[in-house]
Design a binder for this molecule. Structure first.
Ligand code: CUA
Length: 311
């Protein structure tokens, strides 16, 4: 795990410079104003000044407190601008990768059908990320690279950078996008250019076979919003390897072990809170009794059976 203070991209240094400058100015002013305030309270107190004096203005003082802050904010603007301007100028040789954000995962499309769950990049090579959302507003944030851009449906946003550090770095979604927003995580992995080429060659193109009928029903009812297909823990237990899995469930009469057979799977859909898998919250899932027919329940169970057998 890399630390927050790594400057992992070519853009990081300028961002840090602007941040540290603004932070230092704020720090100095906070201390300075507090000290001055205490001095004024004591020095100009009524006890020490029995007869108040009348002031109108002081030109010298007024010019100073106008010009000095003006210079400071212009310097803040300068540091911000020299950090920001290059971020919007993409070098012509940048390698394009399309980032797809959806509730609640990231996907990285390298073209020719090659899609990855992690952003793997070659070391020291310019990359342009085209940011696409499939549903709501997200925001791609790579703290170690000091880059952050909104990912908005119907709007072509982008970012670019050059990774200047090898290793693994965190990716966050930093725009609240619903229930599992905080779980919308991924990684950047920066490899040697040769290692990267090898990785990209070996990246499998998913075979686009049509979904089995059960999976079509599962997707149509948005079950995979809360139940992953790849084994990751979202809101509810994963569907991966579900059929025949032995699990502890919480019932009204205490915990017990069950096997996910036809009966249990169907009951979990029609009466989800009766026998809740231990470690998951009750009440988050509603009954699908009215929404999914008995025939479709069979198809769903069939799908779980096939997907376990073919693994
Ligand atoms: Cu996607 Cu928050």
């Amino acid at each position: 795990m890399e630390t927050l203070f790594n400057q992992g991209s070519n853009l990081a240094e300028a961002v840090d410079r602007a941040f540290i400058f603004i932070f230092a100015i704020s720090f100095i002013f906070t201390i300075g104003i507090t000290v001055l305030m205490i001095y004024i309270l004591v020095h100009f107190s009524r006890k020490k000044n029995k007869n108040p004096k009348q002031f109108s203005h002081n030109t010298k003082l007024e010019v100073i407190w106008t010009v000095v802050p003006l210079i400071i904010v212009l310097m803040m603007f300068y540091y911000g601008w020299v950090g920001f301007a290059p971020m919007r100028q993409v070098p012509a040789d940048a390698m394009p990768v399309t980032v797809i954000g959806r509730m609640w995962s990231w996907e990285f499309d390298y073209g020719n059908g090659k899609v990855s769950k992690e952003l793997v990049l070659p070391f020291n090579k310019n990359v342009k990320l085209n940011l696409v959302s499939r549903d709501v507003n997200h925001s791609l944030f790579i703290p170690a690279f000091r880059v952050k851009e909104d990912v908005i449906p119907g709007y072509e946003n982008y970012m670019w950078f050059r990774p200047i550090m090898k290793g693994t770095f965190d990716i966050y979604c930093t725009e609240y996008c619903g229930l599992a927003h905080s779980a919308m995580l991924s990684k950047v992995i920066v490899l040697d250019s040769l290692e990267f080429k090898q990785w990209l060659t070996e990246l499998k193109v998913p075979d686009n076979l049509p979904d089995p009928p059960g999976l079509v029903i599962i997707k149509a009812n948005a079950c995979i919003t809360c139940h992953s297909l790849d084994g990751s823990k979202v809101i509810g237990p994963t569907f991966k390897g579900l059929y025949g899995r032995k699990t502890l469930v919480v019932t009204e009469s205490g915990d017990k072990e069950i096997e996910a057979n036809d009966e249990y799977i169907k009951k979990s859909i029609t009466d989800p809170n009766a026998e809740q898998v231990k470690g998951y919250n009750k009440g988050l899932m509603q009954s699908y009794k009215e929404k999914i027919s008995a025939e479709d329940l069979d198809k769903i169970v069939d799908y779980f059976k096939i997907s376990v057998e073919t693994k």
